[in-house]
Design a protein around this ligand. Structure first.
Ligand code: GDP
Ligand code: IMO
Ligand code: MG
Length: 423
């Protein structure tokens, strides 16, 4: 009778999709609680990689219920494409996928507004995925949004037209040069709305209360990462939702007293896609090597991810905010063959050594301080248990555990389900 959380602790793309899929067998329900199609969660089954944007990562397990919670924002066009891509996967979507009637909808002009807003910022742009996320959450908190449940009521088209006109005025005021064919966008949008209405739309919070009372185990799947959280991330270079633990309560209607484990997931190094400060970013050939071996390209936009060393200062902050009870370290295999591995253990800001996240990570006054480790050369992608881990990797693991004061329970050594070592 509990809810476990799985959350990214860095700037996203930690491997949440892989681990949710890998541990799904321990749960009856998997639910997404925030974000939208800015997320790209990759699951590799056999030789095939699937990238999910809106659908929770438990969808490949036959007996699991997957919930798109009230905190998620849904672009019906992307949702339709996502479902159609999975058509040959033999999934019973009617039975296994439930959508909250309180989830907000991304309409075409949300995406156009995102684009116009980014253009107007020039070099200060956020590096948004341009999926309309910021504008949709803005309308949610501004109390102008359209919810999935509205689609079944009279009058939502009027609501749509009002919202669209508001956006067009805003775009006009931004005075940037963007071109679009709204008629075409709307044609696709309304078609995909009809498609969406065929799915099971429910009061997902009530469904979750009942499931908890029946003793079912629930896993809440985060999107993005803690450093992209609207309150605690590297603002303004963040996303527009609470990606941290409390976001799961709001985004699903789960009381905090029902939360059990908080599984924090991080890469053995760090990546970031989009703009914003990144104290441990590597600019030399080691960064290029990590990018190449780790195939660090965005699952949603295809953009190259910036690569850097592990940052224990930001990781400790994320552990504290989320109340992480156990850790999963991903992509350990990517570090094989690096002679000397660096880990950031403090920052230097205005000549002071600091161990906690400061208000600003502005690189003009802040730099990372490192502890250096001997690397390992062994290919670890085929090992089967903990005893086969190279000694230097074991030292790396225990240093991280000691520093964060939380045990690492999963070591990931490749993208497939079976490339997972449980400690
Ligand atoms: P998410 O957004 O947190 O679900 O992560 P993404 O799917 O965006 O990015 C993680 C990428 O790393 C995907 O391409 C995964 O297939 C891949 N991946 C996950 N775990 C591992 C691992 O342990 N080793 C390697 N080499 N790749 C991994
Ligand atoms: P997953 O769930 C990595 C980043 C964008 C940009 C900032 C704001 O796959 O880990 P937005 O589209 O939300 O307005 O973009 O956040 N971003 C992500 N980076 N992984 C993600 O999701 C991300 N979702 C958003 O690159 O810097
Ligand atoms: Mg991703």
């Amino acid at each position: 009778m509990f809810v476990d959380l799985l959350l990214g602790l860095q700037w996203g793309d930690e491997g949440k999709g892989k681990i949710v899929d890998a541990i799904s067998k321990n749960y009856s329900i998997i639910s997404r609680f925030q974000g939208g199609p800015n997320a790209g969660h990759t699951i590799k089954i056999g030789n095939k990689s699937h990238v999910l944007h809106t659908i929770p990562s438990g969808i490949f397990h036959k007996n699991l219920i997957n919930i798109i919670g009230n905190g998620v924002v849904i672009d019906p066009v992307i949702f339709e494409e996502e479902i159609l891509k999975l058509n040959d996967s033999d999934i019973d979507f009617k039975k296994n996928l439930l959508i909250s009637n309180k989830a907000h909808l991304i309409i075409p002009t949300h995406c156009l507004l995102d684009q116009a807003s980014e253009m107007s910022k020039g070099i200060k742009k956020i590096g948004s995925t341009l999926k309309g996320i910021g504008p949709t959450y803005m309308d949610k908190t501004g109390r102008n949004g359209i919810r999935v449940g509205d689609l079944f009521l009279e009058g939502w088209r009027l609501q749509y037209t009002k919202l669209k006109n508001k956006h067009l005025n805003m775009i006009n005021n931004l005075n940037v040069d963007i071109s679009f064919n709204l008629e075409e966008l709307e044609k696709n949008f309304f078609r995909s709305i009809d498609f969406l209405k065929n799915f099971s739309v429910i009061d997902s919070e009530n469904f979750l209360f009942d499931s908890l009372n029946e003793g079912k185990k629930i896993l809440a799947e985060g999107a993005q990462g803690s450093m992209l959280d609207i309150d605690f991330g590297t603002y303004p270079y963040v996303t527009s939702s609470n990606t941290t633990a409390a976001g799961a309560c709001n985004g699903l209607g789960i009381p905090p007293t029902k939360i059990n484990k908080v599984i924090g997931i991080f890469k053995a190094y760090t990546t970031r896609v989009g703009s914003g400060p990144f104290p441990t970013e590597i600019y030399d050939e080691i960064g290029e090597r990590i990018s190449k071996v780790g195939k660090e390209f965005g699952a949603t936009t295809g953009r190259a991810r910036r690569c850097g060393w592990l940052d224990l200062v930001s990781l400790k902050y994320a552990v504290d905010i989320n109340g992480v009870t156990e850790l999963a370290m991903m992509k350990s295999d990517v570090m094989s063959g690096i002679n000397k591995i660096k880990v950031c253990t403090s920052y230097k800001q205005f000549n002071n050594e600091i161990f906690r996240m400061p208000f600003s990570l502005n690189p003009s006054s802040l730099s990372a301080t490192y502890t250096e480790f001997d690397g390992w050369n062994e290919d670890i992608t085929n090992i089967k248990d903990e005893s086969q881990l190279p000694n230097n990797l074991k030292k790396y693991i225990s240093f991280i555990e000691k520093n964060l004061q939380v045990p690492i329970k999963i070591i990931s050594i490749g993208p497939r389900r079976d490339q997972t070592i449980y400690l």
